[in-house]
Design a protein around this ligand. Structure first.
Ligand SMILES: Cc1cc2nc3c(=O)[nH]c(=O)nc-3n(C[C@H](O)[C@H](O)[C@H](O)COP(=O)(O)OP(=O)(O)OC[C@H]3O[C@@H](n4cnc5c(N)ncnc54)[C@H](O)[C@@H]3O)c2cc1C
Ligand code: SF4
Length: 487
């Protein structure tokens, strides 16, 4: 239905793409939403009110020109919509799938504010760009000419990959170093397939390789080379290593077997989904099948763990979180999906320890001891402090406990053998916010290692900004050396 008029929200209700039934979703790791049909995408895009000041764009970290690509979609001009969409975002079909739109673009859509229900921006973005892939419009961005300089990027997550694409297009020889065997960072080994199918990431990585980006898998900076070694090889370096030190819980029984960190659990599940054989999955230690599973935490990682456990065939899955539903950091959409799939949330409880028993020579966990809490008076930031309710102790039975309590940066100056690399008191990289340069000349930072645990779309934004600064830096270095040579 091409050539839709805009402002369709007055007669057309908000509609998401069809969602698979919870019963079906529980059986596999495929994405839960189908794609919009062309008619439905046109119709939903036409609901946009084409605001003079588009708050959706203001609240999109990559400043996507959303009203324009919605209008082009509504008019059936899909290839142009794709051109506009990809101009600001290296991985638009990925953001369309996994951005928490309710907190970003859609949450600030004017027609959402006027209670008509936001334009389903993320789903249209996914539709435009998946169609572009199918139609062959997505092409490797090979440079018009090589500029003779090389850059090094440490970390192949969204920040590193976005920077790699931008720098390659400017003519640099781009080398990406990652300690994993596959490229993609948390896109491939953190986020489960039911939110982001892995071939969607794989085709992007291949596109970069086709553009000439050189990947160095299984290359850990700090083990296989120091930062100084890499710095000597490249005109500029980007550190985009993410945050991986799991926050832990110190409580009686915390050393029992089958109490595991969330990322070990999710990485294993993703590897198995990709066809790898993983001993810890086969021997049951990182596999929820037939188990009573308790997940500690209330963020996106916890949501991914509970929903993974359901799909692995856990007998029950409970999520214990110390605040209530409206104060949890995880996306409300994800909580709703998890509940539909059979996850039980136990709000306002705090773990105090773990019970265990001896089985086959091992001390294994049998339960989580917890207390109930209520939320006290709000502090200056508006957050209410949790307080323990007297005599509220209980034990939640568990065969597998997954700790999803957040992540912190590793000690980079130590790991990289670079004591001069300055970090903040939280251990994140200290960068000049304008240039993204660290305390080391020509070494830049982007993504979670600068911001702390954040979002894919912010990592992309940082990677793009860092690429611009690295280019400006490399040009200034070239100009300086030319001036010296001329003297
Ligand atoms: C389980 C989970 C679910 C999430 N879900 C969402 C979501 O739904 N939506 C969303 O927007 N965000 C989500 N996030 C957050 C998002 O994944 C991150 O914000 C984003 O991936 C950060 O990108 P990055 O490039 O900075 O780092 P990463 O994606 O972490 O990539 C860093 C890369 O650096 C490599 N590396 C680290 N150290 C070294 C070294 N010494 N040498 C070589 N390589 C190294 C790592 O192997 C990794 O590949 C989720 C995070 C997790 C953990
Ligand atoms: S990148 Fe994310 S925030 Fe921006 S328009 Fe797409 S889904 Fe919304």
């Amino acid at each position: 239905m091409a050539n839709q008029k805009m402002l369709g929200f007055v007669h057309t209700a908000q509609a998401m793409p069809d969602k698979r039934s919870a019963g079906e979703r529980r059986q596999d790791f495929n994405e839960i939403y189908a794609r919009f049909s062309t008619e439905r995408a046109d119709e939903q895009a036409s609901r946009c009110s084409q605001c003079g000041v588009p708050f959706c764009q203001v609240h999109c970290p990559v400043s996507n020109n959303i009203p324009d690509w919605l209008k082009l979609t509504a008019e059936g001009r899909l290839e142009e919509a794709y051109e506009v969409s990809q101009a600001t975002n290296n991985f638009p079909e990925i953001c369309g799938r996994i951005c928490p739109q309710d907190r970003l673009c859609e949450g600030n859509c004017v027609i959402e504010q006027s209670t008509h229900g936001a334009v389903t921006i993320g789903s249209v973005e996914k539709y435009i760009n998946d169609t572009a892939w199918e139609q062959g419009w997505v092409k490797p961005r090979t440079p018009a000419r090589e500029n003779g300089q090389s850059v090094g990027i440490i970390g192949a997550g969204p920040a590193g990959l976005a920077a790699a694409e931008e720098l390659r297009a400017k003519g640099y020889a781009v080398h990406v170093y990652d300690r994993h065997d596959r490229m993609g960072g948390l896109l491939v080994y953190g986020i489960p397939g039911f939110k982001l199918e892995k071939d969607v990431v794989g085709r992007r990585v291949k596109l970069l390789a086709d553009a000439g980006v050189v990947f160095h898998p299984n290359f850990e900076v700090g083990r296989d080379a120091s930062l100084a070694d890499l710095r000597a090889k490249h005109v500029a370096i980007l550190i985009a290593t993410g945050v991986y030190k799991a926050r832990d819980i110190k409580a009686p029984g915390c050393g029992l077997k089958n109490i595991v960190p969330a990322l070990d659990y999710l990485t294993t599940s993703n590897k198995v989904g990709l066809g790898d054989s993983v001993a810890a999955y086969d021997d049951g230690s990182l596999n929820a099948k037939g188990k009573k599973v308790v997940v500690l935490g209330g963020g996106d990682t916890a949501m991914d763990c509970v929903r993974t456990a359901i799909r692995q065939g856990a007998t029950s899955v409970k999520c214990l979180y110390r605040r209530d539903r409206k104060n949890m950091p995880g996306s409300q959409r994800e909580v709703a999906h998890a509940e539909e799939e059979g996850v039980e949330f136990v709000w306002q409880v705090a773990p105090e320890g773990f019970t265990g028993e001896k089985r086959g020579g091992d001390d294994v966990v049998t339960g989580v001891r917890a207390v109930r809490i209520h939320l006290g008076v709000a502090d200056a930031t508006g957050r209410q402090t949790p307080q323990v309710i007297e005599d509220s102790e209980f034990t939640e039975p568990a065969d597998l406990v997954i700790k999803a309590l957040g992540f912190e940066p590793e000690d980079l100056p130590d790991a990289f053998g670079s004591p001069d690399l300055t970090v903040t008191r939280w251990g994140t990289l200290l960068v000049d916010h304008r240039t993204k340069m660290t305390s080391l000349d020509g070494v830049f930072g982007a993504g979670d290692i600068v911001r702390g645990a954040s979002l894919v779309v912010w990592a992309i934004r940082d990677g793009r900004d860092a690429a611009d600064s690295m280019h400006a830096y490399a040009q200034s270095v070239t100009a300086e050396s030319l001036a010296v040579a001329a003297e």
